[in-house]
Design a protein around this ligand. Sequence first.
Ligand code: ATP
Ligand code: MG
Length: 504
Amino acid sequence: MSSTQEAALRLQGIVKTFPGVRALDGVDFEVMPGEVHALLGENGAGKSTLMKVLAGMYQPDEGQIIIAGQPVRMTTPIEAKAQGVVLIHQELSLVPEMSAAENIYLGELPVKSFGRVDWKTLEERSNAILKRLKCSFRAEMTVARLSIANQQMVEIARALTVEARVVIFDEPTASLTDAEKVVLFDIINDLKARGVGIIYISHRMDEIFTLSDRITVLRDGAYRGTLITADTTEDDVTRLMIGRSLDLSRDEEPPSFGKTMLEVRNLTCPGLFEDVSFTVRTGEVVGFYGLVGAGRTEIAETLFGLRKAASGEILVDGEAVDIVSPRAAIAMGISLVPENRKEQGLVLQMNCRDNMTLPQIQDLTAGPFVSHGAELAIFDQYRDRLAIKTPSWRQSAGVLSGGNQQKIVIGKWLSMQPRVLIVDEPTRGIDVGSKSEIHQLLRELAAQGYAVIVISSEMPEVLRVSDRIVAMYHGRIMREFEIADVTEDTLVQAISGIKSEKTP
Ligand SMILES: Nc1ncnc2c1ncn2[C@@H]1O[C@H](COP(=O)(O)OP(=O)(O)OP(=O)(O)O)[C@@H](O)[C@H]1O
Ligand SMILES: [Mg+2]
């Protein structure tokens, strides 16, 4: 090999427009063999679009793709894969009715004579890849029956079927547990050691600084620069990304709490959570912190009428209530912004306005007609308030950037004017700038008199938004902290099941 190493892949002057949006405006980018190159930018900056151009899903309007020194044209994902470029999607792109094995080799199923699928080889090869990924399920399983995290693993497995030159990970960790992340990072380091170029997209600065060699920043579709990770700080990157430093302080105005709006007494759902008791006052944000699987989401689902508790009591505004359905929960003023916006929060084919007003459609209906004016007024209000980036309300939610989709879901539930607002992982997949806006917004909502519950697996997030923190471990509340008394150490202890005050 020559002393000046050839890039595994280089992009020059890529331009891509969609109706009403210049998604990419002359972007340059390269990845070297054995390099992890992070791609960063706010929601809607154009990261996924650039990667789809690379993976043959979109044709650029202008610009060139150069692989190993040669300009190439890639018009389909299969062609891109043949060039050794594999994209692991941000949105899962599996066929749910098919098995994991069929998905892994989709479009390239091994065949025997007469074109018949060689099932035995297919399953052997697929299971070998899943084993390499330390997956505990079999390749014969139907994808629809796998958890979201395992579906993500199938996406990753798909990339490992070829001798890849470049592997692109577009926000791969959004739905993975910490243990699964460790496996993923091992795989990335393994690919890197074999000289594969890795492009890594994430909004998690900690991951970017752990994994990457260089960082390229996009802003509003334009190339902003490339930094060497080792010589860079988070603040440098943030400034390049959003044009300013982030104010991470809390508003120091003392919160004023009102009456107890929600009270939960000894709530139990066997196998999920046990003997859970807590209160939330108006004006207060209570953070639920714990590891994935600690039972927090299940408690939220019970409060929203999606699950039935075996025993215990729920009181809203001092009255014992029986929450039999989400409709009943909404009527009592309880709203839930769910954890998984793709599955539970958004209808991707539907436009932005209708997605936002969906739960209110009955209230907005006069006679047989829906009042589109009223719908639009609601949409406009929350688009401005949450700074949602979309060219028009007519845009279908599915083509919005991931973070903007999350904002639509939050706007939808805010527009219901709830008394108790529960948000489950509110900023997953959201860029640092919008994240801080959403934190601010949650604090403001509390100040306006809402009782707010925030479920989060990110410590900086619970520390920033909460007045009180409930720490959970294996379905039980381990400890409750006032924000003034909490330290990172005691919090980590509590969610790991260590009871500091009761050491024998
Ligand atoms: N198929 C499409 N049709 C119309 N507009 C699109 C399409 N795909 C993307 N866009 C628009 O292009 C812009 C860039 O979107 P993209 O998905 O690339 O952002 P991103 O940087 O990946 O954001 P995120 O961090 O939220 O995932 C956005 O304004 C988006 O709405
Ligand atoms: Mg994206």
